[in-house]
Design a protein around this ligand. Structure first.
Ligand SMILES: [Zn+2]
Length: 286
C-alpha cells in the first residue's frame, strides 16, 4: 500500500513538473513572438518612412503651390533634448513587452534596468512616443526633438547605483554625439505638470547635475539670497521652462525636481530662493 502511494505521488510530481515546463515554454514562445513581430513591424515602418523621404511632396500654404527642385545637401535632424522617465512597472521584461506591443502606442529609445543593463528600442533619429502631450519653454512637441530614457523603477524604490552610473555613461555619449545642452536633460514631470510625476522624488537630479547633466542651483548661496518684493515666481517658473497654465501643477513638478524633500503644490521661502538661483544658473549658461 505504502509502495503504491509512493508511486502515485511520484507520478503526480512528475506531471506537475511537466505542466510547469509546458507553461514556461508557452510563455517563452509567446514573448519570443512578440519581439519577432515587433522587429518585423519596426523594419516595415522604417522602410515606409524611408520611402516617403525619397520625394518632396509638393506642399501648399493656402492655395499657393510650391515648386519642387531637389537639393542634394541634407541629413536627418538630430535630437536636442533628453527626457528621463521611470517605468512604473515591475520589471524590465514587462517594459520591453509594453513597448513591443502595438496596442500600447508607447515607446522609448532606451530602457535601463536595475542592474544597469541598457537596451535600445528605437533608433535615436526616430520620433519615439514617450513624452505625450507636453511642453517646455516654447517647444510644444517634445517627442519630435527628444530621446526618451526609461529607468526600470516602480516609482517607490530608490534608483540603483548601477542604473544611475550607466545612465550617466549613456548621457555622456548622447550629449556629445548630438550636442545636447545640459539644461535640456529634464524629466517627464517637468514637461507634463499635472499629468506625469516621473521620475519620482527619489531620482538623484543633484548628483546627475554634478556630473554635468541637467542643471542644479548653487546651494552655498541659499542662505544669502534676498527675495526682492518684485520677485514673481510665475515668471521664474516660465523662464526655466515650465508650463504655467496651471500654476499649482507647475510648482509641484518644479519641487519634485529641485526640492524633492518637500514636494507639494505651494512655494516655500526656500523654493523661491531656489527659483532665483536657478534663474542665475540659466543666465550663466546662455
Ligand atoms: Zn514617463
Amino acid at each position: 500500500m505504502k509502495h503504491k502511494t509512493f508511486i502515485a505521488s511520484y507520478y503526480i510530481k512528475k506531471l506537475i513538473f511537466l505542466l510547469i515546463t509546458l507553461v514556461l515554454l508557452l510563455i517563452l514562445s509567446c514573448s519570443k513572438n512578440i519581439y519577432q513581430e515587433s522587429k518585423k513591424a519596426y523594419k516595415k515602418q522604417a522602410k515606409t518612412l524611408g520611402k516617403s523621404l525619397r520625394y518632396i511632396q509638393p506642399d501648399s500654404i493656402n492655395t499657393q503651390a510650391f515648386n519642387v527642385i531637389e537639393s542634394q545637401n541634407f541629413s536627418l535632424r538630430k535630437p536636442n533634448f533628453i527626457i528621463i522617465h521611470h517605468t512604473d512597472q515591475e520589471s524590465c521584461e514587462q517594459t520591453y513587452r509594453t513597448f513591443a506591443l502595438q496596442r500600447t502606442q508607447v515607446s522609448s529609445h532606451y530602457v535601463i534596468c536595475d542592474d544597469g543593463t541598457i537596451t535600445q528600442m528605437l533608433n535615436d533619429l526616430l520620433r519615439g512616443w514617450h513624452a505625450g502631450n507636453s511642453t517646455w519653454g516654447n517647444v510644444t512637441d517634445l517627442n519630435s526633438v527628444s530621446i526618451g530614457i526609461e529607468l526600470d523603477n516602480d516609482g517607490e524604490e530608490p534608483f540603483s547605483y548601477a542604473q544611475i552610473n550607466n545612465l550617466t555613461w549613456l548621457l555622456k555619449n548622447l550629449t556629445e554625439k548630438y550636442k545636447i545642452p545640459k539644461q535640456n536633460i529634464i524629466g517627464h514631470a517637468d514637461i507634463a505638470p499635472g499629468r506625469k510625476v516621473d521620475p519620482s522624488a527619489l531620482f538623484p537630479w543633484k548628483t546627475l547635475a554634478e556630473s554635468g547633466y541637467g542643471i542644479w542651483y548653487d546651494e552655498t548661496k541659499l542662505d544669502s539670497v534676498v527675495i526682492d518684493s518684485a520677485f514673481n515666481p510665475k515668471k521664474a517658473l516660465k523662464f526655466i521652462g515650465y508650463n504655467i497654465s496651471n500654476l499649482e501643477n507647475a510648482i509641484y513638478s518644479f519641487k519634485l525636481h529641485f526640492n524633492p524633500s518637500d514636494v507639494s503644490k505651494t512655494l516655500s521661502e526656500k523654493d523661491k530662493k531656489i527659483l532665483i538661483l536657478l534663474e542665475d544658473e540659466i543666465l550663466t549658461l546662455k
